[in-house]
Design a protein around this ligand. Structure first.
Ligand code: SF4
Ligand code: FES
Length: 332
């Protein structure tokens, strides 16, 4: 742009100076010596400008050429990095992360660009943000393999374990958004408070109940269960207490007193265990509107459960058991 402006001035000087010299010749012929001197002076000024412009043009042009060369030398470097990413099978991923400061109660979104490959999980991407871009980002995690249940968050609007959520799969939905779980009190960024969740869990006394309490802690041999006996409760014992089902449950979100899908699935887990001796008492404790009868069978809990626990199914089985119990009582 700058070079073209110089070119215009250069051509103007090249045309202007000869015209001035021609006019000066005419005025000399007609005896107008003052005009002739002025035209000569203007021609001289024009020639100086011409020289200066020519000089600058040569050097500016050269400077631009140098810049062009340096841009060209950068280009292969950029292509090489793209080529390198292609070779490694990586892509740049845009991740929008919710940030929350509990002291100032301010919530904002931060956008990050992360290099990811086909195996990168959302937790992996967040950890690379934390280590390379922003160490203040708060995340809770431990095992990185779907066992500890501590990395639950909302990814693209759905509750999920960050360590089991693949970045490339989520990229198919467009940008990846990461938010803290909606149904738990927020502490900082992506970390929520699980006290309420654990209180619900403890409230149903999730553990083997034995009539002889002393025997429970001093049993001489393991309780004998057949494969069939184990299969009755095994799927419900896979719960890792990640809290995703509670987060997805529309009833918990409208009725905070509802015991919730996780705790109720554990009621069924122990009720179905032949070694448990609490019997009907365990069922009657949740035979309430805030217990099993609060469930509207939305099924969202089972959809988000990363371990296939199926809390919605467990609650329906509890309802069935309770109704059978009523029918048996009526028969007596
Ligand atoms: S039932 Fe599933 S979703 Fe709910 S806490 Fe247990 S593992 Fe998590
Ligand atoms: S880090 Fe343990 S379940 Fe995700």
């Amino acid at each position: 742009m700058r070079a073209s402006r110089f070119m215009v001035l250069l051509y103007a000087s090249l045309i202007g100076v000869p015209i001035l010299l021609y006019l000066r010749l005419i005025s000399t012929l007609y005896g107008a010596y003052l005009v002739s001197d002025i035209l000569l002076a203007l021609s001289a000024v024009g020639l100086i400008i011409f020289g200066a412009i020519g000089f600058m043009e040569v050097y500016v042009h050269k400077a631009h050429k140098i810049a062009d060369v340096s841009m060209q030398t950068n280009e292969p470097a950029m292509s090489a990095s793209h080529a390198e990413m292609a070779r490694r099978g990586t892509k740049i991923v845009n991740i929008s992360v919710s940030r929350f400061d509990n002291e100032s109660k301010s919530m904002r979104r931060e956008a990050y660009r992360v290099e990811a490959d086909k195996n990168t999980t959302v937790l992996g991407a967040l950890l690379s943000i934390k280590s390379e871009k922003d160490p203040t980002l708060a995340i809770r995690y431990s095992c990185r393999m779907g066992i500890c249940g501590s990395c639950g968050m909302v990814v693209n609007g759905k509750p999920a374990l960050a360590c089991e959520t693949n970045v490339f799969e989520k990229m198919a939905d467009g940008e990846i958004t990461v938010e803290p779980m909606y149904g738990h009190p927020l502490l900082k960024d992506l970390v929520t408070d699980f006290d309420d969740f654990f209180e619900r869990h403890i409230s149903v006394q999730p553990g083997l109940h034995r009539a002889d309490k002393a025997e429970k802690y001093s049993a001489k041999e393991p309780y004998k269960l057949s494969r069939e006996d184990i299969d009755k409760f095994l799927p419900y014992s896979y719960c890792i207490m990640c809290g995703l089902c509670l987060d997805a449950c529309p009833v918990v979100n409208s009725n905070p007193n509802f015991v919730g899908p996780q705790a109720l699935s554990q009621v069924y887990r122990y009720h179905a265990d032949k070694a448990d001796q609490k019997g009907i008492k365990r069922l009657l404790e949740v035979d309430t509107l805030d217990g099993v009868w609060g469930c509207e069978f939305a099924g969202a809990c089972s959809k988000v459960c990363p371990k296939g626990v199926d809390p919605a199914g467990a609650i329906q089985l509890l309802k069935g058991e309770l109704m059978e119990n009523v029918a048996n009582e009526e028969k007596k």
